[in-house]
Design a protein around this ligand. Structure first.
Ligand code: TPP
Length: 683
C-alpha cells in the first residue's frame, strides 16, 4: 500500500500549510494489470466529463444547483472500484464518481437531477439524495453525518449473516464535526463492524477552513481515539486510494473491524457553483491544479505507454455520446404530473395488516410491563431477522428489566447493548432494514430521543417516500410523568413526532393492547414510535392471551360507553378518565382510547362526536400543539354541525415537567378534568 508519510508537524496547521506539505505524486502500479489501470482511468474520466458538461448546462440555466467534485474524483472512483459490486457504499454530495463507477444509467442519473419521473425519487428529492439497492448505494440526506450510522447497520447485517462484505461510507472533513460521525465511528469500533470510514479532507467546509473546524493534525490520529486503525493517504492519487481500500477491504472481510481513511485532496470549485471561491487563496488553487487526479494519472499512463492518445480520444468520444444520449432522454421529460393520492400513498411502505388472533385460549395475568416483554419475546421467536438494540438491554435487561433473560435465549448478536448514543443506533436500524432485517431500538427514556431526533424525523420517516426503501424500525419510548423524575425523565413527547409524515405512533393504555400493538408494530415494515407509560408498567395487570396476537393499527377502542359526552384520550389519560368519571354519578360518557395516534381512527372519533355531541380531548402531553389541537381542529372542520359545545382540551401545563410531586401533580391534567367535564355539560 502506498501511504504518503508526512510527519505530523508538517501536516496542516491550516489549509495553506497542508497543501504545501503534500509530496508530489508517485504512482505505484503494484502488479496491477494494464486492463485494471485503464479501467481506473476511464472511470476517472467519466465523472470529469459529466461535470464539465454540467458546468456548461448550469451557465445555460438548464440545471439548478451543482456540487462539484472536480479534483476529488480519485477518491470516489478508487474506493468504488476497490470494492465488490454488491458491497454497499454511502456517498456524499461530491461523489459522482461512485455513481458512475457503479454504472448507473446516465439517463436516470440526469433525470434524478432534473427532478423527473425517470429518476430515482419520482421527482421528490434532488441531486444525489437517493439510494438504489440494485447498485448497493445509499445516497445522503442533506444532513451531514447520519449516513455513518446507516452504514453501521448495513455492516452489522453483513456481519450477523457472515456475508464477508464491507461497507464504505464517505464524509467531508467538515461533516466529521457532527456528533453523528463520532457516535457511528465509536459504535463501529466497539462492535467490530466491517466499515471503512472515508474522510475527504478537501480543506474547507463550505467557506470555513480546516483550522476553524478541527484541531487534529491528521484524521488518521482520530482512529487512535476510537481504538481503530486510521491512515492518511493522498486522495488525488487513484492508485494509492485503490490500493489502500482494496487492501483494507480484503482484510476486513476476513477480520471484521472498522477503519478510518483520510484522503487528502482539495476542493477546486466553490461549495456549490453559485457560491464561488473568493475566500480560497489563488496560490492554493494553482498548486492543487498541478496535482489534478485525472491529468496526473493520465500523464503517468502515457509515460508508461499503458494508454496512448488514441485510447484517450476513443474514451472521450464514447463518454460524450453516452452523456449526450442520457441528457437527451432526461431533458425530454417534464416534471411529474402531481397526483396527490400517489404522493400520499408512498409515505408508508405498502403493508396490509392481517390481525393475528391467539391460536390457543390459554391466558395468564400479566402486568403492563410483562405484556411488553411478552410481545418482544414472541416477536423475536417469530422473526429471526429481528435485532434488539439499546443501552443496557443485554445482560442487565434494560433499566426497566423488559429484556431480562433475552441474551440467554436469543444471544448477544440479536440483543445488543449499545454505547450511549441514540443517533447512530437509530441509523443502524435503518441500515439493518436496507438489508432486509428488522430492528427494535429502546430509548432508555423517551426524553433521550432528542439525541436521535434527526434519524427519526428525517431518515426513518422520509426514506420510503424518497426512494421506496422501508425503515423497519420500532423505537420503544418509556414515557410519562407521575414518578417525580423531573423535566428530563418524564416527558410524553408524542406530538414531536405526530407532525412528521412517514412515522406511525402507538400508545397503549393496558396490557392487552401493549402486547398486541407492539407485535403489530414489529410486523409492519414502517417506522414506529411505541410509547409505553412507565407508571403503568407495574401498576396495572390483566388476564391476557399467552399466544402471539396483534391489534389492528389505526383502530381506537371504546373503553366505556355513555351518552352525555365523549372523552377522547390515550395512554394514562384513559385511566384518569375512568377514575374521574367513576366519581361523577349521573354522568355517562364515551371514553375512546385512540391506541394508535398516527394514523388515528377518524371513523371512531366521528362516531362518538355524532353520538354525544360534546367532546373533551385529554392527554398527558402539554397543551399547545398537542394531539388534542389536531383532533379538535378536525372535529370542528368536519363535524361542527353535530357539536352542542366547543371541543375542549385538557392537557398538561405549557411548562417543563417539575420534579416535586406537588408541582408535578399540578402540571398534569388529571385534576382539571372534572372541572372541564362540568363546564362542557353546562355549556
Ligand atoms: C447537519 C448539517 N449542517 C449544515 C449543513 C450545510 N452544509 C452542507 S455541505 C456543508 C459543508 C460540508 O463540508 P465538508 O463536510 O467538509 O464537505 P465538502 O462540502 O467540503 O465536501 C455544510 C455546512 C448540512 N448539510 N447539514
Amino acid at each position: 500500500m502506498i501511504v504518503v508519510s508526512i510527519p505530523f508537524d508538517e501536516r496542516q496547521e491550516n489549509s495553506i500549510n497542508f497543501s504545501l506539505s503534500l509530496v508530489y505524486m508517485n504512482f505505484d502500479r503494484k502488479k496491477y494489470s494494464d486492463a485494471l489501470l485503464k479501467s481506473l482511468y476511464s472511470n476517472l474520466l467519466k465523472p470529469r466529463m459529466i461535470e464539465e458538461k454540467m458546468l456548461i448546462l448550469l451557465r445555460q440555466n438548464k440545471i439548478s444547483k451543482w456540487f462539484s467534485g472536480i479534483g476529488q474524483e480519485a477518491i470516489a472512483v478508487g474506493c468504488t472500484l476497490a470494492l465488490e459490486e454488491d458491497e454497499y457504499i454511502l456517498p456524499m454530495h461530491r461523489n459522482l464518481g461512485v455513481f458512475t463507477s457503479r454504472n448507473m444509467p446516465l439517463s436516470r442519473l440526469f433525470a434524478q437531477w432534473q427532478g423527473t419521473l425517470h429518476g430515482y425519487t419520482k421527482g421528490r428529492d434532488r441531486s444525489f439524495h437517493f439510494g438504489s439497492n440494485e447498485h448497493h448505494l445509499v445516497g445522503m440526506i442533506s444532513h451531514l453525518g447520519p449516513q455513518n450510522g446507516v452504514a453501521n447497520g448495513i455492516a452489522l447485517a453483513n456481519k450477523l449473516r457472515k456475508e464477508k462484505k464491507v461497507t464504505l461510507v464517505f464524509n467531508g472533513d467538515g461533516g466529521t464535526s457532527e456528533g453523528d460521525f463520532h457516535e457511528a465511528v465509536n459504535v463501529a469500533a466497539v462492535w467490530d463492524l466491517p466499515v471503512i470510514f472515508i474522510i475527504e479532507n478537501n480543506g474547507y467546509g463550505l467557506s470555513t477552513p480546516n483550522h476553524e473546524q478541527f484541531r487534529c493534525k491528521s484524521f488518521a490520529d482520530k482512529g487512535i481515539g476510537y481504538g481503530i486503525e486510521g491512515i492518511s493517504i493522498n486522495g488525488n492519487n487513484i492508485l494509492e486510494v485503490y490500493t489502500a481500500v482494496h487492501t483494507l477491504a480484503s482484510e476486513l472481510r476476513e477480520n471484521p473491524r472498522a477503519v478510518l481513511i483520510e484522503c487528502r485532496t482539495f476542493r477546486m470549485r466553490g461549495h456549490e457553483e453559485a457560491s464561488g471561491t473568493k475566500y480560497v487563496p489563488q496560490q492554493l488553487l494553482d498548486e492543487w491544479a498541478e496535482k489534478d487526479p485525472l491529468s496526473s494519472y493520465e500523464r503517468y499512463l502515457l509515460t508508461e505507454k499503458i494508454i496512448d492518445s488514441d485510447f484517450i480520444l476513443a474514451e472521450r468520444n464514447k463518454f460524450k455520446k453516452e452523456i449526450d444520449e442520457g441528457l437527451e432522454i432526461a431533458f425530454s421529460e417534464n416534471h411529474p404530473r402531481a397526483n396527490t393520492q400517489h404522493e400520499l400513498d408512498d409515505v408508508y411502505a405498502p403493508f396490509e395488516q392481517k390481525p393475528v388472533i391467539p391460536v390457543s385460549s390459554t391466558k395468564t395475568e400479566k402486568r403492563f410491563i410483562d405484556a411488553i416483554k411478552d410481545a418482544l419475546s414472541l416477536s423475536m421467536e417469530r422473526f429471526d431477522n429481528l435485532v434488539l438494540m439499546g443501552q443496557d438491554i443485554a445482560e442487565y435487561g434494560g433499566v426497566f428489566k423488559i429484556t431480562e433473560g433475552f441474551v440467554e435465549r436469543f444471544g448477544k448478536d440479536r440483543v445488543r447493548n449499545t454505547p450511549i448514543c441514540e443517533a447512530a443506533v437509530l441509523g443502524a436500524g435503518l441500515g439493518l432494514s436496507i438489508k432486509g432485517m428488522k430492528a427494535m431500538v429502546e430509548m432508555q427514556f423517551a426524553d433521550f430521543v432528542t439525541e436521535g431526533f434527526n434519524q427519526i424525523v428525517n431518515n426513518l420517516a422520509k426514506t420510503h417516500w424518497r426512494w421506496q426503501q422501508c425503515a423497519d424500525v420500532v423505537v420503544r419510548m418509556p414515557t410519562g410523568a407521575g414518578t417525580a423524575a423531573g423535566p428530563f425523565h418524564s416527558q410524553s413527547n408524542e406530538s414531536w413526532f405526530f407532525h412528521t409524515p412517514g412515522l406511525k405512533i402507538v400508545y397503549p393504555s393496558n396490557a392487552y393492547d401493549a402486547k398486541g400493538l407492539l407485535c403489530a408494530a414489529l410486523e409492519d415494515p414502517n417506522p414506529y414510535l411505541y410509547f409505553e407509560h412507565k407508571v403503568l408498567y407495574r401498576s396495572i395487570k390483566e388476564i391476557i392471551p399467552d399466544d402471539y396476537y396483534t391489534i389492528e393499527i389505526g383502530k381506537a377502542n371504546l373503553v366505556k360507553e355513555g351518552y352525555d359526552l365523549s372523552i377522547v384520550t390515550y395512554g394514562m389519560g384513559v385511566h384518569w378518565a375512568v377514575e374521574i368519571l367513576s366519581g361523577m354519578e349521573n354522568i355517562s360518557a364515551d371514553i375512546l382510547d385512540l391506541r394508535t395516534l398516527l394514523p388515528w381512527d377518524k371513523t371512531a372519533v366521528a362516531q362518538t362526536v355524532k353520538k354525544t355531541n360534546r367532546v373533551i380531548i385529554l392527554h398527558e402531553d402539554t397543551l399547545t400543539g398537542g394531539i388534542g389541537a389536531e383532533l379538535s381542529a378536525w372535529i370542528n372542520e368536519n363535524y361542527f354541525d353535530y357539536l352542542d359545545a366547543p371541543v375542549l382540551r385538557v392537557a398538561s401545563l405549557d411548562t417543563p415537567i417539575p420534579f416535586a410531586p406537588t408541582l408535578e401533580r399540578n402540571f398534569l391534567p388529571k385534576d382539571r378534568l372534572r372541572e372541564k367535564i362540568e363546564m362542557l355539560l353546562k355549556y
